[in-house]
Design a protein around this ligand. Structure first.
Ligand SMILES: Cc1ncc(COP(=O)(O)O)c(C=O)c1O
Length: 361
């Protein structure tokens, strides 16, 4: 059997013990004589799975009791519409910080439903930094303030949250959920596509403060109303059953094998630190992001020559470091090193980059 080091931005690696457990349970889940893929979502046994996934998520992320956890579909991209349809309903205004392609998509979609204000943008320098924010410029009566906490394509992360006062803060945490502890109580709503740090593609997790449920616009489709899903414990219709099961296994791995999000953070800092240290001392490669805004999960880098970049990507793939090409909008390289990337994968990548450098200079 062959396993490569997969640096994909998502879908991405899953922890090997999780894949092994899923394989072992594939044909007969806990003596039920069925695969989880085959089960009725209304069965007692499946109720146990979705219930465990939720309680593990609450425990691992320390989610306060006044928040609902929703297991949805439609990807983080559906949240770009669901958030305004449900929440842009009092002043009809919301604030946005444009820190990349996903943050911009969230803004553009919201602008279809109300007044979307751009508070700051880092587009001037290809989103290579997080803009300074001045709370004086925020819309005082906005229905919410939206950020993308970790910018998957450009490799930046908000290390300090905007001070929005009474305006609800909402964040897309698709590419940093479960990578380190996060104070959920600072946010009104968090959402994430699961395909990076949680599960296979097909599941979207929403964590929403209860008082924000039930305010949707009249035009909101039933399936896009948070209340529909909150009132039915994510079982209004058939949920993404197998993805939720995989999410349960990943959460169990984080809790019981890794030892929780503080430990996960230490491992992620170790991995990212190795790669950033190498980039900072390299004579060939360099990171593209302002040092103070660097992400722990997505690390873009370049050589400065398109030709050498292409050569590196090709040779890396031949050595089983796959999907290391940068996003098509920025070029160069990007190593996405989510929770499931072993420390050894980054060690080996850095060693390979060192050898490539020696041979190229
Ligand atoms: C930060 C962020 N937001 C949103 C998305 C879009 O997610 P989806 O494909 O689940 O709609 C992505 C996808 O990579 C992402 O990285």
């Amino acid at each position: 059997m062959k396993r490569v080091y997969n640096f994909s931005a998502g879908p991405s690696m899953l922890p090997e013990p999780v894949l092994r457990r899923a394989a072992a349970e594939m044909l007969d889940y806990e003596g039920s004589g069925q695969s989880v893929m085959e089960m009725s979502h209304r069965s007692k046994i499946y109720e146990g799975i979705i219930g465990s996934a939720e309680s593990l998520l609450r425990e691992v992320m320390n989610i306060p009791g006044n928040y609902k956890v929703l297991f949805l579909q439609g990807g983080a991209s559906s949240q770009f519409a669901m958030v305004p349809m449900n929440l842009m309903t009092k002043s009809n205004k919301a604030d946005f910080v444009l820190t990349g392609q996903w943050a911009t998509k969230a803004y553009q979609e919201a602008a279809r439903y109300g007044t979307a204000n751009v508070i700051a943008s880092s587009k001037d320098k290809t989103f290579s930094y997080i803009p300074e924010l001045n709370p004086e410029t925020f819309t005082k009566d906005a229905d919410y303030f939206h950020i993308c906490l970790n910018n998957t394509i450009y490799g930046t992360k908000f290390h300090r949250l905007p001070e929005t006062g009474n305006v609800p803060l909402i964040a897309d945490i698709s590419s940093c959920i479960l990578s380190e502890p996060i104070d959920v109580s600072k946010f009104a709503l968090l959402y994430a596509g699961a395909q990076k740090n949680m599960a296979p593609a097909g599941l979207t997790v929403v964590i929403i403060r209860e008082d924000l449920i039930g305010r949707a616009m009249d035009i909101t489709p039933t399936m896009f109303n948070y209340k529909t899903h909150a009132d039915n414990d994510s079982m209004f219709n058939t949920p993404p059953c197998y993805c939720i099961y995989m999410c349960m296994l990943v959460l169990d791995w984080i809790k019981n094998t890794v030892g929780g999000l503080e430990e996960m953070k230490k491992i992620n800092e170790k991995k990212a630190g190795m790669l950033y240290d190498f980039l900072d001392s390299s004579k060939l490669f360099r990171g593209t992001v302002v040092a103070k805004d660097r992400s722990l999960m997505n690390i873009p880098f370049i050589t400065g020559s398109d030709e050498l970049d292409a050569k590196f990507v090709k040779e890396a793939a031949a050595h089983d470091f796959v999907n290391i090409k940068g996003h098509r909008s920025v070029g160069g390289m990007r190593a996405s090193i989510y929770n499931a990337m072993p420390v050894e994968g980054v060690e080996k990548l850095v060693q390979f980059m060192g050898e490539f450098e020696k041979n190229s200079l």
